[in-house]
Design a protein around this ligand. Structure first.
Ligand code: NAP
Ligand code: MG
Length: 487
């Protein structure tokens, strides 16, 4: 990869294997969340650019260059991209940290995960097999998995490099040609990763990237009549818009829309094991994680004990720029910081106990979008802070009486993405895991960010469909039933 030079900070679209500006030359400034300064620009794509990208994907899918490759050949290309990501690991991590504000350690872990997506799905590409069905005498029936064709992908700003891998790798492994619209606030690594894909040998049109605003490029992609499937990660409101657009074109979609995931701590839990994990699950990426463990449900017998220990932990948290690599970086934008701040201010104004907050390092740049991690509790169950996704480093503590109460409380939410259960009681582990509504349940751990192998997705307002694991290969493909009468 060409090293990122300070004179070379205009990021282009990638359409049909070429780096191109928006048709009308329009651009959008890119800010560093750590200091609020403009340091680059991206293309502001229009409907025309999106149309070119979809046409390119269609050509790649229909032609021999991509559409006729064998699963083994596709898999090798994905593996090669995984290798290239690892070869360029540090440059990509620096770019990810600069663009999103996340601490370097987190950015490095994200790039490793992005590579892992291509390794996992590269080696899985030729392992998705069909089946035969015993049918009427004289007939053979084959059920064959097939790609949809052209898939559209709209991703958010919180984990751009990881999301690139999560949504594109399984779609490509199954043979789809793709068009990606990353979030306008963080799309530099998706552009660079697509350039690496070209270097790895992906043919023109297999991966197209159009940057720009959601209501322009995003809407043009999701409404385009020639896409065959769409994958979206982001807010429930935009998820509704995407789903309406998909319905109008009679295509399917996978939606991953965030959560208000519970961490349930029973009185017999090993707190030494649990509390560092619980803290990390809300401060990781400054709480801007769809599966953040943002509701801490604690059995009332140990509520005060847990509170005291967490107050100590939160008071020690430090916040600074991505380069300072502390517990938390800034939030993604001034808008997001204001959003989280207003949740905190309103909670304090309503009388909620603000138990502890992280400290901003005195060395942090002055104009960054910093919002300290905050611990509140006890929080009434119907308080807005206990119900809405804040998407920032805010943890609410809510007491519960017994197992039945814990389950009721865990499920008393519009969302259903992930859950953590902390108890040494084996039978209770299974009962609670079965009773909690959500896509992932972690017993005595909380590892939602990791685990490319693990199917991931939600129920209720958290969305539907599954990404990650082998489930994503089924999500990004359809089946054809072939019935042969051979007598
Ligand atoms: P968002 O608006 O849903 O953005 C997600 C993606 O959708 C971005 O690429 C966005 O583009 C695009 N988009 C926006 N409007 C669109 C439209 N009409 N048609 C097609 N695509 C469109 O999320 P946000 O505004 O960045 O964040 C708002 C809240 O969403 C957060 O506070 C958080 O609660 C939630 N969120 C959840 C996740 C998650 O992982 N589940 C991730 C991010 C945010 P642009 O951003 O370029 O406009
Ligand atoms: Mg947005």
């Amino acid at each position: 990869m060409t090293e990122l030079a300070s004179t070379d900070l205009a990021f282009n679209n990638i359409i049909d294997g070429k780096l191109v500006a928006a048709s009308d030359g329009a651009t959008i400034d890119v800010l560093s969340p750590s200091n609020g300064q403009v340091f680059a620009s991206i293309s502001r794509s229009s409907q025309l650019d999106v149309d070119k990208a979809v046409k390119s994907a269609r050509r790649a899918f229909e032609s021999g260059t991509w559409g006729k490759l064998t699963a083994l050949e596709r898999g090798r290309l994905l593996m090669k991209l995984g290798e290239k990501i690892l070869e360029n690991h540090e440059e990509l991590a620096q770019l990810e940290a600069l663009d999103t504000g996340k601490p370097m350690t987190q950015a490095r872990a994200d790039i490793t995960a992005a590579a892992r997506y291509f390794e996992f799905y590269g080696s899985a590409a030729d392992k998705v097999h069909g089946e035969t069905i015993p049918y009427v005498d004289g007939y053979t029936v084959a059920v064959v998995p097939e790609p949809y064709g052209v898939t559209g992908h709209v991703i958010p700003w919180n984990y751009p490099a990881q999301m690139f891998g999560r949504t594109l790798a399984p779609a490509l492994a199954m043979g789809n040609a793709t068009v990606l619209k990353p979030a306008e606030e963080a799309c530099l690594t998706p552009v660079k990763l697509s350039e690496l894909a070209l270097e790895a040998g992906f043919p023109p049109g297999a991966i197209n990237v159009v940057t720009g605003y959601g209501h322009e490029a995003g809407a043009a992609l999701s409404e385009h009549p020639d896409i065959d499937f769409i994958s979206f990660t982001g807010s429930p409101d935009v998820g509704t818009i995407i789903q309406c657009a998909a319905a109008k074109n009679h295509i399917g979609c996978v939606l991953e829309l965030g959560g208000k995931s519970p961490q349930i701590v029973f009185a017999d839990a090993d707190l030494e094991q649990a509390l560092p994990v619980i803290t990390n699950a809300i401060i990781q990426n400054a709480g801007q994680t769809c599966s953040a463990g943002s509701r801490l449900l604690v059995q009332q017998d140990i509520f005060e004990q847990v509170k005291t220990k967490l107050v100590a932990r939160f008071s020690e948290l430090r916040m600074g720029s991505h380069e300072m690599d502390l517990h938390c970086g800034p939030l993604i934008s001034a808008k997001q910081q204001q959003r989280v701040k207003s949740f905190v201010d309103q909670a304090v104004a309503s009388g909620l106990p603000l138990l502890a907050q992280a400290q901003l390092s005195p060395d942090a740049p002055v104009d960054g979008f910093y919002q300290p991690a905050a611990l509140f509790g006890p929080v009434p169950r119907d308080h807005i802070l206990a119900r809405e996704e804040v998407f920032g480093p805010v943890l609410v503590m809510i007491p519960f009486a017994d197992e039945a109460d814990a389950i009721e409380l865990a499920n008393d939410t519009d969302f259903g993405l992930a859950a953590g259960v902390w108890t040494k009681d084996g039978a209770r582990q299974i009962r609670v895991a079965n009773a909690v509504r959500g896509g992932q349940v972690f017993i005595n751990n909380y590892g939602a960010g990791a685990g490319i192998e693990l199917p991931f997705g939600g129920v209720k307002k958290s969305g539907h469909g599954r990404e990650k694991g082998f489930a994503a290969l089924h999500e990004f493909s359809t089946t054809k039933t072939i019935v042969i009468n051979h007598g």
